[in-house]
Design a protein around this ligand. Structure first.
Ligand SMILES: C[S@@+](CC[C@H](N)C(=O)[O-])C[C@H]1O[C@@H](n2cnc3c(N)ncnc32)[C@H](O)[C@@H]1O
Length: 278
């Protein structure tokens, strides 16, 4: 999702596609049909251009991992998705690491990730998110991970070489709570802050915490088709989401967007860097 101007979504879309005779006021049914038809495999969000935006956290994850890769001979990306972000960072380097590897659990992403990492001689292994990594102890100087759905701290610590670094951008707790509570109602809040739980888990795995930063970034959906595609793609936001089940709330969200111009939410992000002792 990218930054857009304040113009209405239909106008931005029409301008982008150079359409001058467009349906400027799609109906709820048309938007629902569009939202249900969009492909949701891979982890590329370009479909959302002009229809939803998400601010980026201030630390610049892409730049940070590229910097760390510059001095690493071997790198593993955990839960790489379609490897879009990982390959983007590798591609920005004059000399990518000699050993490039990734894990991925969701079969539709495997072929996408393998094609993306092929120019770097990268391997993508299929591994369940909570299963042991199929790599020996101390294999990697750098481990990265963006938005993993499971935190495999023990395995990350095991495959890191002594003095190796983990750097990851994690999903913060209650990310997009405005979206999931709109559909599900108020949800329980963990009394122990995520920051404390992460700190404990990293240390228990035998790593030294170097950095832990948190950010809240604005997300806007400019039509319900975008909201539907988001919920179909980011499946853990509203786990039982189907358009049929939530048709009334989607109709309400359509009204809200028509009146206010957008549906506003906030994603929560955590930057965490940790080091394996010598
Ligand atoms: C949130 S994705 C992030 C991927 C990548 N690291 C990135 O930041 O672009 C993390 C994991 O979610 C899983 N995933 C994504 N969509 C899924 C789906 N529809 N069903 C099951 N797992 C999915 C994939 O296994 C993927 O590795």
């Amino acid at each position: 999702m990218q930054a857009t101007s304040a113009a209405p979504s239909w106008l931005r879309r029409a301008a982008r596609e150079r359409l001058f005779f467009v349906n400027s006021h799609p109906t709820l049914d048309e938007l629902i049909a569009e939202g249900n038809a969009a492909p949701v495999d891979g982890w590329d969000f370009s479909w959302f251009d002009g229809r939803a935006t998400e601010q980026r956290p201030p630390w610049g994850y892409h730049r940070l991992i590229a910097e760390r890769m510059r001095t690493a001979g071997s790198v593993l990306d955990v839960q790489t998705g379609g490897a879009e972000v990982y390959a983007g960072a590798l591609g920005s380097l004059e000399h990518p690491p000699a050993v490039v590897a990734a894990t991925e659990s969701w079969p539709p992403n495997l072929a996408i990730a393998r094609a993306k990492l092929e120019p770097f001689g990268g391997t993508v292994v299929e591994a369940a998110d909570d299963a042991p990594f199929p790599f020996g102890d101390g294999t990697f100087e750098l481990v990265t991970s963006r938005h993993p759905t499971f935190h495999a701290w023990t395995e990350i610590a095991r495959v890191l070489a002594p003095r190796g670094t983990f750097i990851g951008q994690l999903i913060g707790e209650r990310t997009n709570s405005a979206v999931f509570e709109y559909f599900l109602g108020p949800q329980p809040i963990n009394p122990v802050p995520q920051r404390d739980r992460l700190t404990d888990a990293v240390r228990e795995a035998g790593l030294e915490l170097v950095t832990l930063q948190e950010a809240s970034t604005k997300v806007e959906f400019f039509d319900v088709a975008a909201l539907i595609v988001f919920l179909r793609k980011v499946i853990w936001t509203v786990p039982d989401f189907t358009v049929e089940r939530y048709r009334d709330r989607i109709a309400d969200a359509h009204e809200l967007i028509t009146q206010n111009g957008s549906f506003v939410s906030h994603s929560k992000r955590v930057l965490l860097e940790a080091r394996k002792p010598a």
